[in-house]
Design a protein around this ligand. Structure first.
Ligand code: G4P
Length: 529
């Protein structure tokens, strides 16, 4: 496909102004609040509370959100696009609970950078560490927001040291808090040498007033008091002495993390942070050797989600644009199907609302109503076929046999399983031997069983019972099923097949797996198909 010269200019400009990022945090650190405040500054919402109400249940449109509410975790991912100072930001909201790390992994495969939110009283928490590891594997640049400065928190030097120690990175404070908890007075910008004052307002729903002055300003002491002023001057000196400089390459590979302090609920430090995202976060870069400014449109599917909205009752495939300009109804080559498909009904998603879009650029995420056309990892191109790096699946560790309570609901039960597997909620296996046809569901985290059953009930009207099985490990064997059936395997292990007919052996312990490997030299037992 040859592009017109003016189109090429537009494409480059559109790529340059895009920032596609995700927010990662341990539950409760303030991810939802920060998201909401970023959208507030971006003008995408007008009243604080619009994002939160999704969790509070006022505007939920799917009953499966009930789990989300009762467990206080965010299960679904949403994609939010908003404009700020000429930039176009795509915010990918990642699920925060460890049981959903597989979904998170897929979302992080579609992002160009990540914002890591920490609670100033807690620092690095288990889920922060886990999500960080995923970012590290993908070499995603990270910007850190240390939240809840209005609450008594830990010493900022301690927090910085913890980030460096626990994550094995360099942390570079960009601003520095003045006071703590009830005595929190604002932040000092270490680059501009300005003091941003925090003034408590009756409610944090409006943009907090900010007064700016210099560090040597004689009025500083009147404003902050002698102790805070001395502390600040000393801290600034210490930090200058430590002198972590910004190294772009280190940042781009996630080894240097710029750190900001603030209080999301009070809108404090949020706007400078949003500006920092524009400044630090990268515009879309090459993926799988595909330059975003290449006029050939390419994209890949990183997530499938069914029944996001009961009014629509359909499946959405989320596609990240990797290069070129996407145009509604364009014909593209679908690599896996090896045929041309027409890209009809593209949607932009704002939380649960959707609108049709005409065009999209690299970094953008398009939602397609998916009539079974797309699977996770599928790639499309308006030119030569493309293939991107596979999105890895985690090996399942929990297995259960699911049964529909009423035989009359068998058809809906099958349909539900099919669609939920397509989303990647679980993998469906069938025992090779015996006549039992009940499917074995394989999941990464146990909580996914609850999610599954609840979704089958609310979305497909199928009540189920589950029989949790003793297996702990699944290993794919790249051989014919009948060949695997003849192998010497531990007596408690079971041979099953996945939906592609590939053989999978289920083991109850790592000892059993080792035994199988010893008995079958040369056979590879892999954790993914
Ligand atoms: P999450 O998405 O990471 O799970 O966190 P979320 O934003 O839901 O925030 C968790 C809790 O922390 C919420 O309180 C929220 O109001 C509070 N919070 C967020 N930012 C700040 C901050 O800057 N300072 C303080 N002091 N608190 C903050 P909650 O009681 O769970 O909910 P709500 O009653 O406020 O709705």
């Amino acid at each position: 496909m040859t592009a017109l010269p003016e189109q090429a200019t537009t494409l480059e400009a559109e790529v340059a102004r895009r920032r596609t990022f995700a927010i990662i945090s341990h539950p409760d650190a303030g991810k939802t609040t920060l998201t909401e405040k970023l959208l507030l500054y971006g003008g995408a919402i007008e009243v604080a509370g619009a994002v939160r109400s999704r969790r509070a249940g006022r505007h939920t449109t799917s009953d499966w959100m009930a789990i989300e509410q009762s467990r206080g975790i965010s299960i679904t991912s949403t994609v939010l696009q908003f404009e700020y100072e000429g930039f176009c930001l795509n915010l990918l909201d990642t699920p925060g609970h460890e049981d959903f790390s597989e979904d998170t992994y897929r979302t992080l495969a579609a992002t160009d950078s990540a914002v890591m939110v920490l609670d100033s009283a807690k620092g690095i928490e288990p889920q922060t560490r886990k999500l960080f590891e995923v970012c590290r594997m993908r070499q995603i640049p990270i910007i850190c927001f240390i939240n809840k400065l209005d609450h008594p928190g830990r010493d900022p030097f301690d927090l910085i040291a913890e980030i460096e120690r626990e994550l094995h990175v360099n942390a570079m404070p960009v601003n520095w808090p003045i006071g703590n908890g009830p005595n929190f007075q604002g932040v000092f910008d270490l680059r501009t040498r300005e003091v941003l004052r925090f003034e408590r307002t009756s409610h944090g729903a409006h943009i907090a007033p900010v007064t700016v002055s210099g560090l040597q300003d004689p009025q500083l002491e009147d404003m902050l008091g002698p102790t805070a002023t001395t502390d600040l001057r000393e801290a600034a000196e210490l930090l200058e002495g430590a002198g972590t400089n910004f190294d772009h390459d280190e940042f781009a590979h996630g080894r240097l993390i710029p750190v900001f302090f603030g209080s999301a609920i009070n809108n404090f430090g949020v706007e400078p942070f949003l500006r920092a995202i524009l400044e630090f976060a990268p515009a879309p870069v090459s993926r799988g050797g595909v330059d975003p400014c290449d006029p050939t449109f390419t994209g890949f599917v990183f997530k499938i989600q069914a029944n996001m909205d009961k009014r629509h009752r359909d499946r959405l495939a989320f596609m990240r644009v990797t290069s070129g300009v996407f145009e509604k109804d364009m014909l593209v080559h679908h690599t896996r199907l090896d045929r041309e498909v027409r890209m009809t009904r593209p949607h932009r998603l704002f939380a649960r609302e959707r609108e049709t879009i005409e065009r999209a650029y690299p970094g953008d995420v398009i939602g397609f109503v998916n009539p079974g056309l797309f699977r996770i990892g599928d790639a499309v191109s308006s030119g030569a076929p493309v293939q991107f790096e596979r999105i890895p699946r985690f090996a399942p560790e929990h297995f259960g046999m699911l049964r529909a309570k009423q035989v009359t609901r068998q058809k809906q039960f099958q349909k539900g399983l099919e669609q939920l597997e397509e989303e990647g909620v679980m993998q469906v296996l069938t025992l090779h031997e015996g006549l039992k046809s009940e499917p074995i569901l394989a999941v990464v985290g146990e909580l996914q069983f609850d999610v599954l059953r609840s979704r089958l009930e609310t979305e497909y009207d199928v009540e189920t019972t589950i029989n949790v099985l003793p297996y702990k490990i699944a290993r794919w064997v790249d051989r014919d099923v009948d060949e695997v059936a003849k192998m010497t395997l531990p007596s408690k292990s079971r041979l099953a097949v996945d939906t592609d007919g590939k053989p999978v052996v289920l083991f109850t312990s790592s000892w059993e797996l080792e035994y199988a490997e010893k008995e079958n030299p040369g056979v590879v037992f892999s954790s993914a198909s």
